[in-house]
Design a protein around this ligand. Sequence first.
Ligand SMILES: [Zn+2]
Length: 133
Amino acid sequence: MPSNTYAPLKDKLLEERQRVEGLVRAETERRSVLNDTTDHERYGNHPADEAGETFEKEKSLAIQGNLEVILEEVAHALHKFDAGTYGRCDECGNDIPYERLEVRPQATLCVACKSKVEHTQFVSHMESVRSPA
Ligand SMILES: [Zn+2]
């Protein structure tokens, strides 16, 4: 398959990166607003509000953590474009079906390898549960 077939997917990845970076910025801003509010409320000192804000901040950090994982996946997929290996499975080197890439352009494993990896993780998890080292 000629590499230019994947050009629309590269656009998608670049768009996705912009979108996710925007979301990360929004979360960062949201937290700085929360910090500001906490400063103002030191006068009033409402412990219940502060607990709510801490929860909001933790939630925001968790969301940002997920977004950063996506950014890493997108960066890895874009790197594969540069390396000329985009569309090939990281694990077995077979072509990843185009339909899969259309849905998830940052995919770097074929379905078979992906489920193998998940299965291996599951098995090693089960083994560590059964016989703690
Ligand atoms: Zn594979």
